[in-house]
Design a protein around this ligand. Structure first.
Ligand code: AHR
Length: 328
C-alpha cells in the first residue's frame, strides 16, 4: 500500500497519514507498510500556472518513482510552511523538501530538522546563505541567468529597432524571494552596460495576476507615453498587465515591448499573437531531480549541492509557431 499526493490542510493531512500508517500496522504487524521513501513537501501555494504545474509534476514523479508523498499547500504563508515542516519532523518522514516563499526566517525550523536527523532539500527557491548549511541541496532554476537572458533580448531588440533610448518599467515578484532578487539583479547588471536603458520604476507585483494589473495601471498613470518596455518577473503578472495596456490605448508587443518569465502555455499563446515579445523559460519540472535526490539521501549517497535545469528563451526573433505545447 502506498499513498501519494496528499494536498491537504495540516491537521487533516496529519490525521490521514497516521490512520494510513496504523492501518498498515493493524493488518499484520510483520508486514507493516514500509514506504520506499516518505517525502514531506511544503509547496508555497497556487499563485500561478507555473506553481500548479510544479505541484502536478512533483505528484506525477512521486508516483513514477514509487515515493510516498506528503504534500502540503501553504497558501502563500511562511508560517504555514514552518508548521508543515514541523509536522513532517513529528511524523519522522525520511526527507523534507520545501519551496521557501522568502529567503529568511527558516533557521529555527531547519535546526529542528537537523536535530531530528532529517535531510532537507530546497526546491525552486533558495534561502539566506547563513542558513544554507542546514540544507543538503537546491534544485531550481538559475534565476540570475533568467534576468540576464531577458536583458540580452531587450538589448538585441533595441539594436534591431534602432532605438536610442529604452524606458523600462519592472513588475517584480514577491519581495525577498529568490526569483525576485536574482531576476532583478541579472537584468539590472546586464542593462547597466547599455546607456540607452533606463529603469523608470520597479514595483512589487507579488507574482500575482491581480497585482500585475494594479501595478500596470499605476505605472501607466505615472509614466504613460514614456514607457517603452515592461519587464515582468512572471507570466501571471504579465497576463494581468496586458489588458491594462490595451485599455490605456497602447498595443502591447509594438507600442510597448513586453518581456516575461516562465513560459507557460497561456503566455506562449499570447507571444504567438504578437502581444508578448519575449518569454524566458523557467521550467516547473523539478520533480524528477527531487525524487532522485531524495532517494539518494535515504540511501546515504552523496548528492550535488545545486541542480539547475536547462532553460531557453522564446521570442519574436524565432518562429513562435514552432513552439511545442508546454504542458503547464
Ligand atoms: O519561484 C518561481 C516563480 O514562482 C515563478 O516564476 C512564478 O510564476 C512562481 O509563482
Amino acid at each position: 500500500m502506498k499513498k501519494h499526493g496528499m494536498m491537504l490542510p495540516g491537521i487533516l493531512a496529519g490525521a490521514i497519514l497516521m490512520m494510513f500508517m496504523l492501518q498498515g500496522c493493524g493488518k499484520n504487524a510483520e508486514q507493516a507498510y514500509e514506504p520506499r521513501l516518505l517525502l514531506g513537501f511544503s509547496q508555497i501555494g497556487s499563485e500561478s500556472a507555473w506553481r500548479i504545474g510544479n505541484t502536478r509534476d512533483i505528484e506525477e514523479q512521486a508516483d513514477y518513482y514509487d515515493v510516498s508523498l506528503m504534500l502540503e499547500n501553504a497558501n502563500q504563508k511562511q508560517e504555514n510552511q514552518i508548521a508543515a515542516i514541523r509536522r513532517f519532523i513529528a511524523y519522522k518522514v525520511d526527507v523534507i523538501a520545501f519551496s521557501p516563499i522568502v529567503e529568511d526566517g527558516w533557521d529555527n525550523v531547519l535546526e529542528e530538522a537537523r536535530e531530528a536527523g532529517i535531510p532537507v532539500i530546497l526546491v525552486d527557491r533558495d534561502i539566506n546563505a547563513d542558513q544554507k548549511a542546514l540544507t543538503t541541496c537546491l534544485i531550481g532554476a538559475d534565476f540570475y541567468r533568467e534576468g540576464v537572458m531577458a536583458a540580452e533580448y531587450l538589448i538585441r531588440k533595441a539594436d534591431s529597432l534602432h532605438l536610442d533610448h529604452v524606458n523600462i518599467v519592472e513588475i517584480t515578484g514577491t519581495q525577498n524571494s529568490t526569483p525576485m532578487q536574482q531576476r532583478q539583479a541579472g537584468f539590472h547588471d546586464t542593462i547597466a552596460n547599455d546607456e540607452r536603458m533606463t529603469i523608470l520604476e520597479s514595483i512589487d507585483g507579488d507574482f500575482l495576476k491581480s497585482r500585475g494589473a494594479e501595478c500596470m495601471r499605476s505605472l501607466l498613470a505615472s509614466y504613460g507615453d514614456r514607457i517603452d518596455a515592461v519587464f515582468s518577473h512572471n507570466d501571471e503578472m504579465t497576463l494581468g498587465a496586458l489588458p491594462e495596456i490595451e485599455k490605456a490605448g497602447y498595443t502591447p508587443g509594438s507600442d510597448i515591448l513586453i518581456l516575461s518569465i516562465d513560459g507557460g502555455q497561456e503566455a506562449i499563446d499570447v507571444l504567438k499573437e504578437g502581444k508578448i515579445n519575449c518569454v524566458v523559460e523557467c521550467t516547473p519540472r523539478l520533480g524528477r531531480a527531487l525524487m532522485e535526490t531524495a532517494l539518494k539521501l535515504k540511501n546515504g549517497e552523496e548528492v550535488k549541492s545545486e541542480i539547475h535545469p536547462e532553460e531557453r528563451v522564446f521570442s519574436d526573433e524565432d518562429d513562435p509557431s514552432q513552439i511545442a505545447p508546454r504542458g503547464y
